[in-house]
Design a protein around this ligand. Structure first.
Ligand SMILES: [Zn+2]
Length: 484
């Protein structure tokens, strides 16, 4: 066995140690590597290609809904952050500071942006003068730095990539509409393109964004039953417009403060796709974001370079012309069997094998990564059958994840049952909660499960019950889970 062959076989089973599996799989598939600096990651080409697909598909949705892109500075003067105290206090523990430029000590130190509300609000106060300037719907694709103590590639790293939307509106209602519109856009995006079903809802007062009136988030279940926050949408109210003096003349010539929102999704979504769909053989990437959607493996037997390779090349060219992301693996130094498991590990949704018999029969063998099912496909109809199979794989990954979410979401009314379930099965536990922070903290202390969201829609049939922790009458239902 060569070193590379050993590598392919050496992935820890997901079922045995999920965390180890995750770290190994993203390194062995060359999605990411650790940087020489602690807590930072390198996104390698295979992982970055997933991000480019996410960016492209998200950017289109944002532009189609009226948003435009801009770019703001990486550094934020300390005085800007200090204007909104909740904002400063929320981010202070994880801000990286620049104190020196060249040889000179700076008069005022600058934060490496942990988020851009402050710098963008300062510009909006110059740009927005009248109701005719509203709404402002700006998005930025950027990098962010938050000095994290405990890190995990894609999920939590000191530097990460994201998009951050920053909007300004005439009325409170418009800002709330925008907040909810983006939450719905994110949900549709994650479910359609990443094939991951999500639960949406509001964050508790103490878990909301520093400087927001309300924070809404989308949460998904990963393969180990732990929850992951997939994105957030904040209604900022007038918190930033009041301190940055973003005022406009309204339709009656009165000066008013604007109403704002901000929202973002990050490279964390790559980690989510790995953890929601992967299995013991490696990644299972949804075709919509997979760097390679179809890999063609000619079976290297006999006179394969003359008999099989040219046919494989034609199929590759046709599929590329049809707009698919295709790779022909004609490497001679590896056996077909090795290539199969290598591409399986990398999560390529569809593999087309072509052997001497297949050439004779004018067919290829198609192997789906999602269910590992093999089907012969006539060569004459590949332009129709391959896109159809990819669409089916995308749907099937979503259905599998949806079934997993359904099976692992439970409504629990008894605390003992709650404790036993979170210990044995994890998942989302829906329970009545009185609204007190102390009750959540007690539950978190005893079970490591915290409130992920307060759902916007209810399906339990009961309008009230007893708080899981204190037993008081409660009307709110919350989703609890252990989380990343
Ligand atoms: Zn309570």
């Amino acid at each position: 066995m060569t070193e590379t062959e050993r590598m392919v076989k050496q992935v820890s089973p997901k079922s045995e140690d999920f965390s180890k599996w995750y770290l190994e799989i993203i390194r062995k598939t060359e999605m990411s590597d650790y940087a020489p600096m602690k807590g930072m990651m390198i996104i390698r080409p295979y992982g970055y290609a997933v991000w480019e697909n996410i960016q492209r598909l998200m950017d289109k949705r944002l532009k189609d809904s009226g948003h435009v892109n801009a770019y703001f500075p990486l550094f934020i003067p300390e005085s800007f952050l200090q204007k909104e105290m909740d904002h400063l206090q929320g981010f202070a523990p994880e801000v990286a500071w620049v104190t020196q430029g060249g040889k000179d000590e700076l008069e005022e130190r600058m934060a490496v942006r942990p988020t851009s509300e402050a710098i963008i609000a300062s510009m909006y106060s110059k740009w927005i003068k009248s109701w005719r300037d509203l709404p402002v719907l700006i998005n930025q694709w950027a990098n962010i730095v938050r000095w994290e103590k405990v890190t995990r590639p894609f999920l939590r790293t000191t530097e990460f990539l994201w998009q951050e939307g920053h909007t300004a509106h005439e009325t409170s209602e418009e800002a709330q509409d925008e907040t909810m519109k983006i939450l719905a856009l994110y949900k549709e995006f994650v479910e359609t393109e990443l094939a991951i079903p999500v639960v949406t809802g509001k964050k508790t007062e103490w878990d909301k964004f520093a400087g927001a009136v309300d924070t809404y988030s989308l949460e998904a279940l990963m393969g180990d039953g732990k929850a992951l926050q997939m994105g957030t949408s904040h209604n900022l109210g007038q918190h930033f417009s009041r301190v940055f003096n973003i005022r406009y003349e309204d339709r009656n010539q009165n000066l008013q403060f604007v109403w704002q929102t901000s929202w973002g999704v990050s490279t964390r979504l790559i980690g989510a796709a790995v953890m929601a769909h992967g299995d013991d053989s490696g990644l299972r990437l949804p075709p919509a974001v997979a760097p390679i959607q179809v890999v063609i493996v000619p079976i290297s037997m006999g006179n394969w370079k003359q008999d099989i390779l040219p046919i494989a090349r034609n199929i590759e060219a046709d599929l590329v012309r049809a707009g698919l992301r295709v790779k022909l693996d004609a490497r001679e130094e590896f056996t077909p069997g090795w290539k199969f498991s290598d591409w399986e590990m990398r999560g390529v949704p569809l593999r087309l094998e072509i052997g001497p018999r297949d050439v004779k029969d004018s067919k290829v063998i198609a192997v789906r990564r999602d269910i590992k099912k093999k089907d012969p496909l006539p060569m004459a109809h590949l332009m129709e059958s391959v896109p159809a199979l990819l669409a089916d794989i995308q749907k099937s990954l979503f259905s599998q994840a949806e079934a997993f979410l359904r099976e692992n979401t439970r409504f629990v009314e008894d605390y003992e049952e709650f404790k036993a379930t979170i210990e044995a099965k994890r998942g989302f536990l829906k329970a009545f909660w009185c609204g007190a922070r102390a009750c959540e903290e007690k539950i978190k202390g005893e079970t490591m499960a915290s409130i992920r969201v307060i759902p916007l829609e209810r399906s339990e049939g009961k309008t009230s019950g007893r708080c899981l922790s204190c037993g008081q009458e409660a009307e709110t239902i919350a989703y609890f889970a252990r989380s990343y």
